[in-house]
Ligand binder design. Structure first.
Ligand SMILES: Nc1ncnc2c1ncn2[C@@H]1O[C@H](COP(=O)(O)OP(=O)(O)OP(=O)(O)O)[C@@H](O)[C@H]1O
Ligand SMILES: [Mg+2]
Length: 248
């Protein structure tokens, strides 16, 4: 069965992309055919991380110019995973981003329809898991990604503003859309490994990841879950992965 997981947050810079990339690689390394879609259309980062320029972008698919299969780039050989790791990139070109910001409701509605069909299309390709990296907050495209997913992981940092907005997303969006959801606390400054809360706003907290100085520098050159499985960040990723597996 194909399962779709959106990685969302109320605020920017909470660690969504880092978590999405490492999770996708962890699933593919275990032999699951995995697809990671960059739906952060306003702040694309996957094509920079994987250093690729694809023939078709996810933007082309959402605009009806190609199929989802046309956008997929298999990174199985590059990451040496046993399962396929398909990447679908968002276009970082500034004119493309500006064009997107001006899209009207009708375009967003047809983009949502296309996104809702992705699971069916990728199930035919025997993809086991689809991860969607989103833009933060309540932009159309991030809510579309949430709507098209089975599970939402909301990544938050320990600030009052982030807490307040996460609560609103849970009560005002995820619950209303009848999604399964959980919280990931990331970049915790307190001793989160000892003071573990189980739930907040009625959502399970499935990982509390400390703020670790080496993560930003190392993540520029390596995918920690591959190169350093004993790292605290990698261990947290595996904990999140087990939680997703239990939800199926
Ligand atoms: N646990 C951590 N400890 C320290 N730094 C971290 C941790 N997790 C992520 N980071 C760093 O935080 C920065 C932001 O991470 P990332 O780009 O994954 O966030 P994001 O939520 O995707 O941001 P955006 O909303 O802009 O897309 C990166 O430099 C990343 O390496
Ligand atoms: Mg990101």
């Amino acid at each position: 069965m194909t399962i779709t997981v959106a990685i969302h947050s109320s605020k920017g810079g909470t660690g969504k992309t880092s978590i999405a990339v490492n999770l996708a690689v962890a699933f593919a390394s275990e032999g699951l055919d995995t697809c990671l879609i960059d739906m952060d259309l306003r702040g694309p980062s996957l094509c920079t991380i994987f250093k690729q320029t694809p023939r078709f972008w996810i933007n082309d698919f959402l605009s009806g110019k190609c199929t989802i299969n046309d956008t997929l780039n298999d990174m199985k050989k590059k990451v040496k995973s046993s399962g396929h790791l398909y990447l679908s990139y968002s276009n970082p070109d500034i004119t493309q981003i500006r064009e997107l910001v001006g899209k009207d409701r009708a375009w967003q509605a047809s983009a949502l329809k296309a996104l809702m069909n992705v699971k069916k299309d990728l199930a035919q390709k025997d993809i086991d898991i689809i991860m969607i990296d989103t833009s933060p907050g309540m932009e159309y495209e991030s809510i579309n990604a949430v709507a098209a997913s089975d599970i939402v992981l909301v990544v938050q940092n320990d600030t009052d503003a982030c807490n307040y907005c996460t609560e609103q997303l849970i009560n005002g969006v995820y619950s209303l859309l009848d999604k399964k959801y959980a919280i990931i606390d990331n970049m915790c400054h307190f001793n989160c490994l000892e003071n573990i809360e189980n739930s907040r706003y009625g959502a399970a907290i499935i990982a509390s990841i400390p703020c670790m100085c080496d993560v930003p520098m190392r993540s520029k050159k390596e995918i920690l879950v591959l190169t350093d499985p004993e790292h605290q960040f990698s261990k947290s990723i595996l904990r999140i992965k087990h939680w997703i597996e239990k939800m199926q």
